[in-house]
Write a protein that binds this ligand. Structure first.
Ligand SMILES: Cc1cc2nc3c(=O)[nH]c(=O)nc-3n(C[C@H](O)[C@H](O)[C@H](O)COP(=O)(O)OP(=O)(O)OC[C@H]3O[C@@H](n4cnc5c(N)ncnc54)[C@H](O)[C@@H]3O)c2cc1C
Length: 586
């Protein structure tokens, strides 16, 4: 059973990040901390009561391909209808695009609840906001407006169609074709791995598809983005005939069984009708709007599944009786939660979850700042920070989630390996989060190449300075300050290596990304501990809660943060063993 950790979420939103900035940014929607609280309470009710009960049955039943179309497991269609009725899609869409325009930070917290309750369900649903923003960003005209309205209302769902069999991480290899046909295009090609490419949850599906207009340049500079609906619209806006697009099969996967992952055939007959979004050959730039939104969401999936795994592991550890307390020979066996190693595992899970939450919500706040700060320079600095943090949230939260959900299985012992407990599903479902929307390797290369390279580490150093200032000279935070300085030194080292040999830098880019996540999120956790210490000193009534914050932060500083020393060594001196190995020698 999942219970949304509302108090922990509120702590990050209200105390760690602070309500003042969001209230100032979103005065137009009367944003206040209480509004966020009531949204989260409603999201918790929806997640816990509607989505969570469908999580395990959906995993067992799975999505089904039929010649008439893909069917999702029982209950998902009805759950989606209640989701729409609750107005959840509009909530996340900006006000000028027809939504309610709530802050990204609040949306991020809602996403945590939805993904924790049912990742396979929310995966497709969560794509709408990015799709709407990508379409709006492309500046496309009236022809696509009806599709945008239905995406915002949630009546129709959206997809992103990038991947092809020969073009995964490398979209330059993309082959799908677009041929001009009056004021539209005809699309031909096959896409693979398309999340919710077909399903029976909505009457129509709005595909955003990358394809090459005939005669376009090779590589990524020749890619355009098209809106391709499953059903075309008649002149009066009602649903017309089916477009020439079909799901020809779905994948049998390790996890996310309820989420259909589709092979899509475009143009088996005359070509699927597609509307060009933006100028020809600018497709990747527009699709990146959707991809960046999705990358942060995928990081939140890591956080969410980790929280889910932790709650279940804790419950198991409190109830499973096995072994005597250390040093006690006689007497009754005790619940395993009393054993030091089980406590270590649970603290390790919990402290890293709190660190992930702090990091992911901070990235979302940077996005809010990037849209809403008054001064252009402040907006640009916030955007750089959001863009810097995106690959770290995506890469670190998902890789950490793999460790945390695996640890959840370990806490269960043999029963963790048995599907009946459900512990394995969290790991099976979250495993792909480190792969889709760009693998960890791709995220880390983006981090060291584009994100550090463009400003020579200025955004990273500004963030380090800010965190150091937040921590102050407090003796309890000495190890965190040291770790931040190690990160600064490692950043300089990566920049040097990139200038001399990008191959050397890429040989250590994943350890560098892990270092960034470990240290930045750890510093945010330490900042939270300082806030908790102040609350306790001021005589708060929530003693257990704030003491808990001190405990997790101390565990993190003792048993997680020291990894930074090893990682810095790898970043500074670990490349040669990779670069000097010939692929033939592997
Ligand atoms: C369940 C699921 C859902 C998905 N949903 C969608 C979707 O909705 N829409 C969509 O378009 N796609 C989707 N995908 C596809 C997904 O985005 C790709 O699988 C992912 O981008 C990786 O591409 P690939 O599988 O071709 O792996 P490859 O690109 O072949 O990568 C294999 C390995 O090589 C590494 N690698 C590749 N190139 C480099 C490089 N230049 N430098 C360093 N390392 C490199 C990778 O990191 C990885 O470890 C989905 C995939 C899955 C499994």
């Amino acid at each position: 059973m999942y219970r949304a950790p509302l108090r922990d979420m509120q702590f990050v939103l209200h105390e760690l990040l602070g309500d003042d900035r969001l209230s100032a940014y979103y005065a137009d929607v009367d944003y206040a901390g209480e509004l966020a609280d009531s949204i989260l309470e409603e999201a918790a009710k929806f997640g816990e009561n509607v989505l969570e009960p469908l999580n395990r049955p959906g995993d067992v039943e799975g999505a089904r391909w039929t010649p008439e179309g893909v069917q999702v497991p029982k209950g998902l269609k009805e759950a989606y209808a209640s989701y729409i009725e609750g107005g959840w899609t509009q909530m996340s869409v900006p006000g000028d695009l027809g939504g309610q325009g709530m802050p990204h930070t609040v949306n991020n917290a809602v996403e945590e609840i939805m993904f924790a309750s049912n990742m396979a369900f929310y995966l497709g649903t969560s794509l709408a906001r990015g799709a709407v923003e990508a379409i709006a960003g492309s500046g496309s005209g009236d022809a696509v407006q009806p599709f945008v309205e239905k995406l915002v209302s949630g009546e129709w769902m959206g997809t992103m169609n990038l991947t092809e069999a020969q073009a995964g991480s490398d979209l330059a290899l993309l082959r799908s074709r677009a041929v001009a046909d009056g004021d539209r295009y005809r699309i031909f090609g096959q896409k693979i791995f398309i999340t919710y490419g077909d399903h029976d949850m909505t009457d129509n599906i709005v595909h955003l598809v990358l394809a090459r207009i005939d005669g376009a340049p090779a590589g990524t500079r020749g890619i355009s983005m098209f809106l391709v609906p499953k059903y075309l619209l008649k002149d009066d806006g009602s649903q017309g005939e089916m477009n020439d697009v079909r799901c020809i099969s779905i994948e049998h996967k390790m996890g996310l069984h309820a989420s259909p992952t589709c092979v899509m055939a475009f143009g088996e007959k005359d070509g699927a009708v597609g509307y060009l979004m933006g100028e020809p050959n600018t497709g990747l730039q527009h699709m990146f709007v959707m991809m960046n939104a999705a990358r942060l969401s995928v990081g939140v999936q890591g956080l969410a599944q980790s929280e889910r795994a932790y709650q279940q592991a804790l419950d198991w550890a409190r109830n499973r009786v096995q072994g005597k307390p250390v040093g006690v020979k006689d007497g009754a066996s005790v619940a395993i939660v009393n054993h030091p190693d089980v406590k270590r595992m649970l603290l390790s899970m919990r402290s890293r979850i709190e660190a992930m939450r702090a990091l992911a919500y901070t990235a979302a706040l940077s996005l809010d700042a990037a849209h809403r700060e008054a001064e252009p320079a402040a907006r640009e600095a916030a955007l750089f920070r959001a863009e810097l943090l995106t690959p770290i949230v995506k890469g670190w939260c998902t890789e950490t989630a793999i460790e945390v959900t695996s640890m959840g299985i370990q806490v269960h012992g043999g029963m963790g390996f048995v599907e009946e407990t459900g512990a394995a599903q969290f790991l099976r479902d979250v495993r792909v989060a480190a792969i889709y929307e760009g693998t960890t390797g791709i995220q880390s290369n983006d981090l060291i190449g584009r994100k550090l390279g463009r400003d020579k580490g200025a955004a990273m150093n500004a963030l380090i300075d800010e965190l150091l200032a937040d921590l102050g000279a407090d003796e309890a935070q000495a190890s965190t300050r040291e770790a931040l300085e190690l990160l600064r030194a490692a950043t300089a080292s990566v920049l040097r290596q990139s200038a001399e040999s990008m191959a050397a830098a890429q040989a250590v880019s994943v350890p560098y990304l892990e270092l960034c996540g470990t240290v930045l999120a750890g510093a945010m956790l330490a900042k939270g501990a300082a806030i908790a210490a102040r609350a306790l000193a001021a005589g708060t009534a929530e003693t257990d809660f704030y003491e808990g914050k001190l405990r997790t932060a101390r565990f993190y500083a003792d048993q997680v943060l020291p990894r930074a020393h090893g990682l810095v060594r790898i970043v500074q001196a670990g490349a040669v063993s990779v670069t000097e190995t010939d692929p033939a020698q592997l």
